[in-house]
Ligand binder design. Structure first.
Ligand SMILES: Cc1cc2nc3c(=O)[nH]c(=O)nc-3n(C[C@H](O)[C@H](O)[C@H](O)COP(=O)(O)OP(=O)(O)OC[C@H]3O[C@@H](n4cnc5c(N)ncnc54)[C@H](O)[C@@H]3O)c2cc1C
Length: 586
C-alpha cells in the first residue's frame, strides 16, 4: 500500500508567503479567500484524499473498469466515493457561483488537484474532464446551453469528456473525419468514431456531456475546417430532465498499463444530435480553452504522483535495514535511509517536487489573473505568460514524474518491482501523463516553434526572474545561487538565440533539440522559484526553524545537485543533428 499524507503545511507556506503577485492581490473577489478559509478547505481535502480516495487507487488497479453489454462499470467503491465527493461539493470548487459553484481561485484548486492526483489519478479523471468541459462551455457556448448544462455539471450529476482522437488522427488533428450534418432546426447530426476517450462511458453520473470535434459539410481541409459540438449521452427535455438516449454508443474500452480505474473508450457516434459551440470552423480555438487548462492540470498530475512516490519511498527507507552506512558506529545493520546514495535519491525527488509545487502555485496566480483581473491589458499579459509556461509545466512535471516514480521503485529494490507495495503502480499510472493532452515532444516543439518566438512574452517572463535575482542579491546567503542562476540566464539567452526558428540554425537541428531546450528551461524555472522560496524561508526562519531549515537545505540541494543538469542539455543541443539525421535504421 502506498503512503500519502497531504502536504498541507507546505501548501499553506506557499499560500501565506509566496502569494506575491501584485495583480493577483488586486482581484477583488479573492480578497475574501483568507488563509484561515484555505487552511480549512485543505484540511478537509486532505481527509477525503487520505481516507476515502487513496484506497481506491489500488482497488481500481486490481479491479479495472469493465465493459459489459454496451455499458462501462467503474471499479468497486467508486460509485459510493463519487456520491460523497459530489455531495461535499468538491467538483464545484472553482466554478462560478452563478451556476452553483464555490468560486475558489486556482491558487486553491491547484493544491486540490495535486492531492487528488496523489491519492487516485483514475478517480480524479472523472471530475477533471467535467471541469474541462465546464470551462469550455462557459467560455464559448450560448446562454441557453450554459443554463441547461452547467448547473448539472457543477453539481457533479453530469460529467464531461473531450473527444478529439480518432483511429487515424492523434497529434495531427487536421486528420479528423467525424462529420456534422446540419438539421433544419439548427442542430447537427454527428457521425464518426472517437477512440481513447477518458470517462467516455461510466456509471457514476446520470448523463455524460461529450465535447466533440467534427467537420461540417464543405468545411475546409485540415485544422481550419474543424468545429466543436456538444453531444449529450442522453438528450435533454425542455424542462431540463433527462430525455431519450442519443446516438452515441460505447464500442469497447482499452486494456491498458495504468490508470485502470479510468476507462479509455471507443465511442461510436451515429447521427447523434449535437449543438455547435462557438463559431463554425473555429472549433480548435474553443477546444483549446479546455486543453490548455487541462495541460497545466496534467503537469500537476505528475507532481501529485511524484509526491506519493516520494512519501512511500521515504517511509520504506525508514523501515528497511540493509548494510552499514559510512558513519555506522555500533556494528549493527543500518536503515537504508542512512546510506548516502538512498539519501541522494530521496532528495532528488524532494527538491524537484517542492520546486514544482512552488512553480505550480506561482503559475496558479497567473492563471487567476488571466481569468479574473479587472484590467483587460493585465489579463492579456498574464494569459500570455500562462500560454508560454503551459507546455513547460505539462512536459517537465510529467517527465520528472517518470524519473521520480522510477527512482522510488529503486529505493524499494526487488520489492519495488513486485506488486504488493503499490510503488510500481505509480510508475504505470504516471506513464500516460507524458502522452495524453499532446505528447511531451510535441509540447516541446510547440514551445520552441510558437511560444519562445513571442519575444515580448518571453521578455516579460524574464523580468520576473530578473526581479527575483535583484531581490535575492540582498540576501548574503543566496549569493552563490544568484551567481549560478545569472550564469544560467546567460546560457539560456545563447540557447534561445541558437534554437530560434527565425535564426540560421538548420531546422533539423532545432527540431532535434526542442526537448533539450524545454528541459533546460524547466530546470531554469525551478531555480528561479527555488530562489524565491529560499528568500521567503530566510525571512521567516525564526518563526519555524525546523520547517524553514529543511526547506533551505532542500533548496541548497537543488542548486548543488540538480541544476547542473541544465547545462548538459545545452551542450547536447548545440552539437546539432548530423548523426541523428544520417542514421540509416536498417
Ligand atoms: C489512457 C488514454 C487516455 C486518453 N484520453 C483522451 C481523451 O479523453 N480524449 C482524446 O481526444 N484523446 C485521448 N487520448 C489520446 C491522446 O491524447 C493521444 O494518444 C495523444 O495525443 C497522442 O496521439 P497518438 O496516440 O495518435 O500518437 P501519434 O500522434 O501517432 O504520435 C506518435 C509519436 O509521434 C510523435 N509525433 C507526432 N507528431 C509529431 C510531429 N509533428 N513531430 C515530432 N513528433 C511527432 C509523438 O510525439 C509520438 O511520440 C488518450 C490516450 C490514452 C492512452
Amino acid at each position: 500500500m502506498t503512503v500519502y499524507s497531504a502536504p498541507v503545511k507546505d501548501m499553506m507556506f506557499l499560500f501565506e508567503h509566496l502569494k506575491d503577485n501584485k495583480n493577483y492581490n488586486e482581484i477583488e473577489k479573492y480578497k475574501e479567500v483568507t488563509s484561515d478559509l484555505v487552511k480549512d478547505i485543505l484540511e478537509e481535502a486532505a481527509k477525503i484524499n487520505e481516507e476515502m480516495l487513496l484506497p481506491l487507487a489500488k482497488a481500481g488497479d486490481e479491479n479495472p473498469c469493465v465493459y459489459e453489454n454496451g455499458v462501462v462499470r467503474t471499479p468497486p467503491g467508486y460509485k459510493e466515493a463519487y456520491s460523497k465527493f459530489i455531495e461535499d461539493g468538491w467538483v464545484s470548487l472553482t466554478c462560478d457561483p452563478k451556476y452553483g459553484g464555490q468560486g475558489m481561485p486556482k491558487t486553491v484548486s491547484a493544491f486540490f488537484d495535486e492531492m487528488l492526483s496523489s491519492s487516485s489519478l483514475s478517480f480524479k479523471l472523472y471530475s477533471e474532464l467535467s471541469i474541462g468541459a465546464y470551462n469550455c462551455i462557459l467560455s464559448h457556448a450560448t446562454e441557453e446551453i450554459k443554463n441547461t448544462y452547467l448547473p448539472k455539471i457543477v453539481e457533479g450529476k453530469w460529467s464531461g469528456t473531450m473527444c478529439l482522437t480518432e483511429p487515424q488522427c492523434g497529434t495531427d488533428l487536421g486528420l479528423i473525419k467525424t462529420k456534422a450534418i446540419k438539421n433544419e432546426n439548427g442542430t447537427y447530426n454527428i457521425s464518426g468514431q472517437k477512440i481513447f476517450i477518458t470517462s467516455g462511458d461510466h456509471d457514476l453520473t446520470e448523463n455524460i456531456i461529450h465535447l466533440v470535434l467534427a467537420r461540417t459539410q464543405d468545411a475546409p481541409k485540415g485544422t481550419k475546417g474543424i468545429s466543436l459540438f456538444l453531444v449529450p449521452k442522453y438528450e435533454i427535455n425542455d424542462d431540463g430532465s433527462i430525455g431519450p438516449r442519443n446516438g452515441v454508443n460505447t464500442v469497447s474500452i482499452e486494456s491498458k498499463m495504468g490508470i485502470k480505474g479510468s476507462p479509455a473508450c471507443v465511442l461510436s457516434f451515429d447521427d447523434a444530435k449535437g449543438y455547435m459551440i462557438g463559431p463554425e470552423n473555429k472549433g480548435l480555438n474553443s477546444m483549446f480553452t479546455m486543453m490548455n487548462l487541462e495541460r497545466i492540470v496534467v503537469g500537476i498530475q505528475g507532481l501529485g504522483l511524484s509526491e506519493t512516490a516520494y512519501q512511500t519511498a521515504l517511509s520504506y527507507s525508514k523501515e528497511r535495514k540493509q548494510g552499514k552506512s559510512n558513519n555506522n558506529s555500533n556494528g549493527e545493520t543500518d536503515l537504508i535511509i542512512k546510506h548516502a546514495d538512498i539519501r541522494r535519491s530521496l532528495l532528488n525527488m524532494k527538491s524537484i517536487i517542492e520546486g514544482e509545487r512552488s512553480l505550480s502555485f506561482w503559475m496558479a496566480q497567473q492563471v487567476d489573473v488571466s481569468l479574473s483581473h479587472s484590467s483587460e491589458e493585465v489579463k492579456k499579459d498574464a494569459s500570455d505568460i500562462v500560454g508560454l509556461m503551459t507546455p513547460v509545466i505539462k512536459s517537465f512535471f510529467t517527465d520528472m514524474g517518470m524519473e521520480i516514480t522510477n527512482e522510488a521503485i529503486q529505493v524499494f529494490g526487488g520489492y519495488g518491482y513486485t506488486k504488493d507495495q503499490g510503488i510500481e503502480q505509480l510508475f504505470r499510472d504516471n506513464r500516460i501523463t507524458p502522452i495524453y493532452e499532446g505528447t511531451n515532444s510535441v509540447q516541446a516543439i510547440d514551445f520552441v516553434f510558437r511560444k519562445i518566438s513571442q519575444k515580448k512574452v518571453f521578455d516579460n517572463f524574464m523580468k520576473y526572474v530578473e526581479t527575483e535575482i535583484q531581490d535575492c542579491s540582498k540576501v548574503d546567503k543566496l549569493n552563490e545561487h544568484v551567481k549560478k542562476i545569472s550564469e544560467l540566464k546567460n546560457i539560456l539567452s545563447d540557447f534561445t538565440d541558437w534554437i530560434s526558428p527565425n535564426g540560421n540554425t538548420p531546422k533539423d537541428d532545432i527540431s532535434a533539440s526542442c526537448n533539450d531546450y524545454l528541459r533546460f528551461f524547466g530546470y531554469f524555472c525551478l531555480s528561479f522559484i527555488w530562489l524565491k522560496t529560499m528568500r521567503k524561508s530566510y525571512e521567516n526562519l525564526e518563526n519555524n526553524k525546523e520547517f524553514y531549515e529543511d526547506k533551505l537545505n532542500t533548496g541548497n540541494y537543488y542548486f548543488d545537485k540538480i541544476l547542473p543538469r541544465a547545462e548538459s542539455h545545452y551542450k547536447s543541443a548545440i552539437s546539432g543533428s548530423k548523426y541523428t539525421m544520417s542514421a540509416k535504421f536498417n
